[in-house]
Design a protein around this ligand. Structure first.
Ligand SMILES: Nc1ncnc2c1ncn2[C@@H]1O[C@H](COP(=O)(O)OP(=O)(O)O)[C@@H](O)[C@H]1O
Ligand SMILES: [Mg+2]
Length: 402
C-alpha cells in the first residue's frame, strides 16, 4: 500500500471510507487547504479514485484491510453509512479518530434505532413500529390506515429499501428474510420498519456541521424534490418557508446533532406537514445522514462555505466556515443516468446556453436512474433558475436534445 503524500508544514491526512461522489467532491476543497485525502476505494476507477492519488482498493467490510489503511490517516470519515459495526469497533479500539463516532453513526445506519432514539428525545416522527409478522403489518395498517410505508432498517438508499404497502402480502418476502436473519447482523435482523404514510406538504432538509469541540453551523433549510424515491431537485432556501418553522427545524437539527454527538456534516430529512389541530406548518423527521448529503450540493456554489470544505474543517476540529448563502436562491438539479453513455459532448451545448451554470459530474458510468452529477445555478428569480437548471440536467441526461 503506497502511503498518502502529506503536504509539508504539519498538514493532516483525512481518510475517507468509500470512493463515491461524496469523497470525490472533498478533493477540490482539500487541495485548496493542502489537506491530503486517502480513500479506501471499492475499485480503481471509483469516482473518488479518479481524482485522489491515494486511493487503495480494499474491502470496507474486512477488518484487517481497513485497520491497515487507517494507520496512515489522522482522522477517518465516511462516504457512505455501510461500514459494519465490527470494523468500526476495531478502528476505535486501535485509537483511530473517527468522525462521526460509531455510537453516533449507528443512528444513521439503522432506521429502527433512529426512530427509537428520536422518539425518546421528543423529536416529532411519523407513527412507526417494527414488524416481524404479517399480523404485525395487518395491525399497524388497521391502526394507522392503508397504505403504510415499509422500510428495511439498514442498507437502503435512493428509495431502495422503501415500499408502499397496501396489504401484508406486499412485504411477504421481507418478512421471510427477517425470519431468516433473526439473531444475525443482517439488515432485517430486527424486523422491518413500518411507518404511517405521511401526507406531507413537501420535503425539507436541514444541514448542519458540528465539530468535536462542539461548534455548530447550520445552512438555511432547503426544499428537496423526490421523484420515485430519488432526490431530483433542491431549492435553497426552501421558498416561502414559514420563518417560525425554519427556526424550529433548525433548532431541532442542532439539538439532534448535540444529543447524538454527531461530528462532521449531518443532514436531517424532514416532511413539512400541517398540524391537524392548529393548521400551522409543522415537521416530522424522516431520516438522518451523517456525512455530506445530496441536499447540500447547492452549497458548493451557493454558500460562503460549501458542505465538503465544511466537512473537512469539522472532522479536523478546525473552526467552521460561514454557511451564509451567496444569493437569494440556489437551485440544484441532479443529473441522473439516461440512455446515452457519452456525456462530454453535452458540455458544449449546456455551457454555451447558460454561462452561469455550474456543472459537477462524478466520473461515474451511466446507468439509468443512477446519480451521475448535478448542476447548480445561483440568482434571484427562482422560477427562472429552476427552468434553466432542469433544462441543463435533462440535456446532460439525454431526455431532451435541444
Ligand atoms: N413515512 C413516509 N411517508 C411518506 N413518504 C415517505 C415516508 N418515508 C419515506 N417516504 C418517501 O420515500 C423517500 C425515501 O425514503 P427514505 O426513508 O428517505 O429512504 P432512503 O434511505 O432511500 O432515502 C422519501 O424521501 C419520501 O419521498
Ligand atoms: Mg432519504
Amino acid at each position: 500500500m503506497t502511503s498518502p503524500q502529506r503536504a509539508p508544514g504539519g498538514f493532516p491526512v483525512v481518510g475517507i471510507i468509500g470512493g463515491g461522489q461524496l469523497a470525490r467532491m472533498c478533493a477540490a476543497p482539500a487541495a485548496e487547504l493542502a489537506i491530503t485525502l486517502s480513500v479506501l476505494a471499492e475499485a480503481p476507477d471509483a469516482a473518488a479514485a479518479q481524482v485522489i492519488p491515494s486511493a487503495p482498493v480494499g474491502d470496507y467490510t474486512d477488518v484487517e484491510t481497513v485497520r491497515a489503511w487507517a494507520r496512515e490517516c489522522d482522522v477517518v470519515t465516511f462516504d457512505h453509512e455501510h461500514v459494519p459495526a465490527d470494523v468500526l469497533a476495531a478502528l476505535a479500539a486501535d485509537g483511530v479518530t473517527l468522525h462521526p463516532s460509531p455510537d453516533a453513526l449507528h443512528f444513521a445506519q439503522d432506521k429502527l434505532a433512529m426512530r427509537e432514539r428520536m422518539t425518546a428525545i421528543g423529536v416529532a416522527c411519523p407513527a412507526w413500529a417494527p414488524a416481524r409478522t404479517a399480523a404485525d403489518v395487518e395491525a399497524f395498517g388497521a391502526e394507522h390506515g392503508w397504505p403504510v410505508i415499509a422500510k428495511t432498517p439498514r442498507g437502503g438508499y435512493d428509495g431502495k429499501g422503501v415500499r408502499v404497502v397496501n396489504r401484508p402480502e406486499d412485504v411477504a418476502d421481507w418478512l421471510d428474510l427477517a425470519a431468516q436473519q433473526d439473531g444475525t447482523t443482517g439488515p432485517l435482523a430486527d424486523g422491518i420498519l413500518l411507518e404511517e404514510k405521511v401526507d406531507f406538504v413537501r420535503e425539507l432538509a436541514v444541514l448542519i456541521a458540528r465539530s468535536p469541540m462542539g461548534q455548530a453551523a447550520a445552512w438555511p433549510v432547503v426544499e428537496t424534490v423526490q421523484t420515485d424515491g430519488i432526490c431530483t431537485e433542491v431549492l435553497a432556501p426552501a421558498p416561502g418557508l414559514d420563518p417560525d418553522l425554519a427556526a424550529v427545524v433548525t433548532e431541532a437539527g442542532l439539538r439532534i446533532a448535540e444529543s447524538l454527538s454527531v461530528t462532521g456534516v449531518f443532514a436531517i430529512e424532514m416532511f413539512e406537514v400541517t398540524d391537524p389541530g392548529t393548521g400551522a406548518p409543522a415537521y416530522v423527521v424522516n431520516e438522518l445522514a451523517m456525512r455530506p448529503h445530496n441536499s447540500g450540493h447547492w452549497s458548493m456554489d451557493g454558500a460562503v462555505t460549501g458542505q465538503f470544505e465544511q466537512h473537512l474543517r469539522a472532522v479536523l476540529d478546525l473552526p467552521l466556515g460561514s454557511p451564509t448563502p451567496r444569493a437569494p436562491f440556489t437551485v440544484m438539479a441532479n443529473v441522473l443516468g439516461g440512455d446515452h453513455p457519452e456525456l462530454y459532448p453535452a458540455y458544449r451545448h449546456v455551457m454555451a446556453r447558460d454561462p452561469e451554470l455550474k456543472v459537477h459530474l462524478y466520473g461515474k458510468g451511466v446507468r439509468p436512474g443512477r446519480k451521475i452529477g448535478h448542476v447548480n445555478l445561483t440568482g434571484t428569480d427562482l422560477a427562472d433558475l429552476r427552468e434553466r437548471a432542469g433544462h441543463a440536467a435533462d440535456y446532460l441526461t439525454g431526455v431532451i436534445t435541444e
